[in-house]
Design a protein. Sequence first.
Lengths: 230, 457
Amino acid sequence: MDSSDFPYISLSSFVCSVMRLEDISNAIIAGDEAQASALAKQLLDAGTPPSQIITEGLAPAMAEVGRRFDRLEIFLSEVLLSADAMKAALKVLEPAMLTSKSVAKKQGVVVIGTIEGDVHDIGKNIVATMLEASGFEVHDLGKDVPVAAFIKKAQEYKADFIAVSALMTTTMYNMPRLIRDLTDMGLRDLFKVIVGGAPVLPEWAQEIGADGYGKDFMEAVSVFKGLTEK
Amino acid sequence: MVVSFQEAVERLENGAIMPEHEFDLRVGQLARKYVKEFGIKMNPEEVVNSDDGLADSAFQAAQQLFVELGVYCTNTGRVAKFTEGEAKEAINSYPTKLEFGEGKEKGFMTPRQVEDRAPPWVNFSAVGTPVPSSQFVTVMRSYAQEPLANAFSGPSLLELNGRVVRSGAPVEVEAALFNVRSTREAARLAGRPGLGSHNLVGCAEKTAAVLAALHPDFGVRKTDGVFVAALGEMKVDYERLNKVPFLQDAGYHTGGLYGPLMGGYAGGAAETALVLLAHFYLGRLMFRAEFSNCFPLNIRETCNTTPEMLWLVSLVSQAMRRNTNAMHTMNAFLSSGPCTEMITYELAAHSIAATVSGAHLNPAAPARNKYPERCSGMEARIHAEVGHAVARSGIKRAEANKIVKKLLEKYESKIRDAPVGKKFSECYDLRTVKPSQEYLDIYANTKRFLADLGLVV
């Protein structure tokens, strides 16, 4: 094998690219929105494909943020700052992603919200952030979301997943309503329904006919990924 | 004069507009700022804080945090601000004597002090654990019959006569009515008809359902109470605020309910302690709360028996007790479930940390408050008896700290995979409403363990 087997790239620009990918990861972990945007632009200008910036810079950074949060080495506000930094970098990459041939593949489209009657959204926010960080297109409908709104928005966004959260036992019982309404409207096969939240147990998720259940954000992301690969 | 409820709501409607996400981040930013400025830090050797100066600093820091942060309303998207003078007036305006119950069961909740020998007031509660309607009264009776129960409240419902109780549906109103009727029935069956309820409705989320149940014909009394909850960290909404004018006018006791998450928007234990303290201002100004019930939780473990959560419980209680007369109960959330050795250790640790720090008690939410039917009067009994023993013995915080650390050695490593324990029907005889011998034996062992450490329960 000689050097002609490889596309020409100087050692210095290769090292620079690796360093900047590491730098953008660090900027995201630190929640530094301005730095993440600036580095995304520098990497693009240097010819790094947007898909590479995402898969080798942004995604590993958010995975590390998730691991640190799981161990409570960092807290939710830091996670949200990191997510904001990631979004800022993605915004810079967006125009290039539209023209690039090597666009990072979207994992799937998710509409997510806290079910009708329930105004607790911290858990839902964490899952939404981590899904976005993992390459899903996430449409967060907020809290106290009527069953009909979940269905309408899932159709509008051509979603693959409807993700529903509840913190109260009384609000949790609006989840089976969502599944029944989807069935009665002949839409059940169009969407995978994932449920979660403090009172939701895996056996109950199965009983109501949900397609998946996540006990926490780490498990939730794996469940979405697993169902995407099916 | 304390800012009126109407004025406070005006400010929610006319304060500075702010995206909710920005407010959430601001909670953590300001909490970090004041933690740093006032040097609020956990000494790992002191799971039960013994530093009076630290407690006082936490109180001062929280007051400044409240004044700078304000209260966010999710309906208006605006922040209500209060001056330092208004905040001080509010925190000093909490009542210092609350009457619950009637007849032989009439009692008065009054403030305790740090290391007080007066026993804690104990509100026995199933804290929203769902149970079937067929067992509802029996479960409530298991709490009401406990001699140390000063007041009590019920669980939540898995179903009402076969129909699921869905928030916002008519059945939720039926559930609320069932809840208050059952409260009185359980008290009568326990031989304590006059026993009061500190939170009349635990089966309904919507204000319409809660208020519908507060009719004297259903057995409620003006000496009973209703909780009004804050939403997340330092936020309120109209759904819950709508209870306030009614409760004020009708004269029921109003309890503020706050559960900030350690690891959440506030940050770590020190930051979350300040945010919890700031809620006492929110409670008085926005809810007209007369007392408060606190359930700070570790976001990962959904309990408050980890070392840093016990420290937070002790620090916040001492800060309040040393600087105000506002009364509060500490609500135990356990990782393990009923009829396990582990839950007896968790209950004891939480009760000791709270009681020696001057708090009243509100036991308990077993098995992370997640698993149906995992609740019984025994958990509340253990928590209350340990609390009474702490007060009776007159132990100081340093001694309490040693005992709590020994208890932590027993369970801390098991929190992540804590056993969910047994259902009510598996650890109580449903006919006699007596705990099983197995559960009594487990508790007896823990009492021996505590006695060896110098605390006779």
